[in-house]
Each structure stands twice: as structure tokens, then as C-alpha cells.
Ligand binder design. Structure first.
Ligand SMILES: *Cc1c(COP(=O)(O)O)cnc(C)c1O
Length: 442
């Protein structure tokens, strides 16, 4: 595994990846709160998010999209914490959901149903019905079979369902194979060539109101050119559908904008907006984008404590109290999150492999260079952990789900308490046998 240079602590108060995460007096702060102060009150590991960073990201994205009139629906799966959703919802953000659970989260956060889009490749019939009951803005359809399920659910409820067809544009997003969603062999979307017939079928169903098309080609996209290919293809489809007399009034352009985890570059929002304008801007459609990672990723850290330093013939390993169950991205995608000591002593020359306690060889965060010597009890933060961190966490190895903390200015609060094994054991209390097949009953 490559050794990560610790660019973030090259200079005190220098580039930590966000304006809200800075060293003051050698102590890492989020906004005005010293993270060690939080760690004194909340046991590690825990997630910590900056309200200000989330607001700033939302405002700069909506400013970049304003000239093209596109609205923003935050992809809840990146971070579904109610308070995080609340920060975004207060700014007027809509939400993109992929399950009935995320629908409940968005509604509980106070997001009006008229601003919620239901995406996802395998919606259960019960989830479709719940979405229609609350008056969801739009359901993005991923197959003909799903279209039929929506017809049935809408018919049973006596409502008309606004639907868009999610197109698989067969475009390579140039991202990790596990987060590519727009190539022909990916499970997502409806093949380009099948769209006209299915759109016509939807138009013929009185239970459906086909409003347009949706596309989402993948995640952590840093080279923007795949967007141009995908959106050009969508524009061609809109023209084709219209030429056959089929109305198209909304386009959902998906998410996927990448962030600079390893101090690479971040895509330019102005350039993204230009691509949108040049491809679909002249079609007179309502436009929506669905970023998840870009809005919340840089706003969060995962705080952990060094348990032990293990010295072997060829390396030093720092074993920390956060593991792959808390932050799955390194094990799942080979992702590298920058590491920031809570107390910055000086730039060092030590290289450590940082490993979690989970009983899996893949529970490794990475190998980091330029660190000052670490010892048991030192606290570290993994940066860019606000997206696909807490939302992907599990209790594997019977480990508690880490608490989540939100900072706003000089204040912080726990916005999800640690979920303990005691909480989980209540779901496993002994129950009566419910059915037996050996009884001779017919
Ligand atoms: C996951 C997802 C997104 C958000 O992706 P990011 O890479 O986090 O921006 C948007 N739309 C759909 C349909 C998704 O599945």
C-alpha cells in the first residue's frame, strides 16, 4: 500500500482539507471547538461533523447551479443523520432516498415529500406504497417489472405516480469498479435503447405521470468528462422522445461529484455547471442534481485513539480503537482517508501502518508517513469521513455503533448516541417457538 504523505500538517493551520478543521495552538479544532474537549465527553471512536462546512458546501453548490436553474436533492445514503439532514433541509435542500427507511429519515427531518425523490434498484412494494402515500415528488424507475409494481401500488391507492425512467447510458465514470453505476453491465438503470418503448408504456398507464428521465453514473467522479457523455446521451433521448410526441419535463442528473481524499484535486463546480448547461441546458426541463459525498464528506471526521504500538521486523503498526465496522471505505474500496493527530507536535519522519481492532486482515486504514512518534492514548482523526462513514457502519465483532457529534460555531452536541450491545441484545430476547413442522398437522 502506498505511503500517504501527510500534506495536511505540513504547516500548522495549513490545509486540513476544510476551512472548518484547523489547528489552533497545536490542537485540532472543528470550527471553534477543540476536538479533545469533545473526546473528553464522548468516548472514541466517534464521528464529528461541522454544520458550517455542510452549509458552505450546499451554498456554493447551489450558487454554481443557480444560473442553470438546477435544484439540489441530497443523497441521504451518504449521511442520514437527522441533524445533518436538518442542516441541509433548513437551507432548502431536497432529498434523494433509496429505501423506505431513508424516506422515514427524510420525513422525520422535516423535509416535505414534494422535495423527495425515490431512487434505487430494488424498491419493495411496501416502500413504493409508503412513498406514494406521503405524496413523494418522483419515483425513479429502474426496470419494467418495477414500473408494473408502481402501477399496481398507485392503482390500489387511487393516486397518480410521478415517475422518471433511470437511463443506463453505458458510460464509464472512470471511478472505482464498486462505485460505477452507469456501464451496461452495472445492475442500475434501463438500457438506452429500451427507454422509448417503456416511456410510451408509462404514458399509456392512467396510474402514472411520466415526468422525465434520470441518470446517475457513479460516485467519486473527479474527471468530469463522463458527465458530458452521459448528459449528451440524455439530451439525445429527450429529443428522440419529444420527436415521437412524448412530453419530457424533468431531468434528474444524479450525483457523483468527487472529493480530494488523498489531496488530489476536486472537480471544478463551474466546469460541472457548464457541462450541464451545454448538454441539457437548452431543453427547457426542470433540472435536479443529487450529490451526497460532495456535500458532507469533507465536513466530517472520525476520531479514534491509539490503543497500542506494535513493532515488528519490517514495520510499526498503530492499532487504533476505530475499525472497518466504523469506517468501511478503506477495506471496501481501498480508499485512503488522511490522518490528523488531535495534538500536532511537529512534522515527523515516522511511518505507521494504522490498523483497527476487527478480526479481519482487511481492517487497515493505510500506511502513513511523516508522522511524529505515536504512543498509546494519542488521538487521531481520519478526515473526509462525513460521507459513507457512519451511514455504512455495522456492529461486526459486536462493536458499538459509534456516536455522532455535530459542531456549530463554539457549540457541540451528540446527535446520535453510541448504540451499545445492550441496545442490540433487547432485540434478541428469548421468545416462544412460533411454528413446528414435525407435529403431524396437515
Ligand atoms: C448514491 C447516489 C447518489 C449520490 O452519489 P454521491 O457520489 O454521493 O454524490 C445520487 N443518486 C443516486 C441515484 C445514488 O444512488
Amino acid at each position: 500500500m502506498a505511503v500517504q504523505a501527510l500534506a495536511s500538517v505540513d504547516a500548522l493551520g495549513g490545509d486540513t482539507g476544510s476551512k472548518q478543521l484547523v489547528y489552533r495552538g497545536r490542537a485540532l479544532h472543528m470550527e471553534s471547538v477543540c476536538i479533545n474537549r469533545i473526546a473528553a465527553a464522548v468516548p472514541t471512536p466517534f464521528y464529528c461533523y461541522s454544520s458550517d462546512a455542510i452549509r458552505a458546501a450546499y451554498l456554493s453548490l447551489s450558487a454554481a447551479l443557480k444560473p442553470i436553474g438546477a435544484s439540489v436533492c441530497f443523497a441521504v445514503k451518504a449521511n442520514g443523520n437527522l441533524s445533518v439532514l436538518g442542516v441541509l433541509s433548513a437551507l432548502g435542500s431536497g432529498m434523494d432516498i433509496v429505501s423506505g427507511g431513508e424516506l422515514k429519515r427524510a420525513v422525520s427531518a422535516g423535509v416535505p415529500a414534494s422535495k423527495i425523490i425515490f431512487s434505487g434498484v430494488g424498491k419493495k412494494r411496501s416502500e413504493i406504497s409508503s412513498a406514494l402515500e406521503v405524496g413523494i415528488h418522483q419515483i425513479n424507475i429502474e426496470s419494467e417489472a418495477e414500473l408494473e409494481a408502481v402501477v399496481e401500488a398507485a392503482g390500489a391507492l387511487g393516486v397518480r405516480a410521478a415517475i422518471a425512467l433511470r437511463v443506463n447510458p453505458d458510460v464509464d465514470a472512470g471511478t472505482h469498479a464498486k462505485i460505477s453505476t452507469g456501464k451496461k453491465h452495472d445492475k442500475f438503470g434501463i438500457p438506452f435503447e429500451d427507454i422509448p418503448a417503456l416511456y410510451a408504456k408509462a404514458l399509456a398507464a392512467p396510474e402514472l405521470d411520466p415526468v422525465g428521465l434520470a441518470v446517475h453514473i457513479g460516485s467519486q467522479i473527479v474527471d468530469l468528462s463522463p458527465y458530458r457523455s452521459a448528459y449528451s446521451g440524455i439530451a439525445d433521448l429527450v429529443r428522440l422522445l419529444r420527436s415521437r410526441g412524448m412530453p419530457v419535463r424533468r431531468l434528474d442528473l444524479g450525483g457523483g461529484i468527487g472529493i480530494p481524499y488523498d489531496h488530489g484535486s476536486s472537480p471544478d463546480l463551474g466546469e460541472y455547471a457548464t457541462i450541464v448547461r451545454e448538454t441539457v441546458g437548452g431543453l427547457d426541463c426542470e433540472l435536479t442534481v443529487e450529490p451526497g459525498r460532495w456535500l458532507v464528506g469533507p465536513a466530517g471526521i472520525l476520531v479514534t485513539e491509539v490503543l497500542y504500538i506494535k513493532e515488528t521486523a519490517d514495520r510499526l503498526t498503530a492499532i487504533v480503537d476505530a475499525g472497518m465496522n466504523d469506517l468501511m471505505r478503506p477495506a471496501m474500496y481501498g480508499a485512503v482517508h488522511p490522518v490528523l493527530p488531535l495534538k500536532h507536535v511537529r512534522q515527523g519522519s515516522h511511518t505507521y501502518q494504522i490498523a483497527g481492532p476487527v478480526c479481519e486482515s482487511s481492517d487497515i486504514f493505510g500506511t502513513y508517513g511523516n508522522l511524529a512518534p505515536l504512543q498509546s492514548g494519542d488521538r487521531l482523526a481520519f478526515g473526509y469521513a462525513g460521507a459513507y462513514g457512519a451511514s455504512m457502519a455495522s456492529t461486526y465483532n459486536a462493536r458499538d455503533l459509534a456516536a455522532e457529534v455535530l459542531v456549530d460555531g463554539d457549540r457541540f452536541r451528540v446527535v446520535r448516541r453510541r448504540q451499545t450491545t445492550e441496545d442490540l441484545l433487547t432485540l434478541e430476547e428469548e421468545t416462544e417457538w412460533q411454528w413446528s413442522v414435525g407435529s403431524g398437522r396437515a
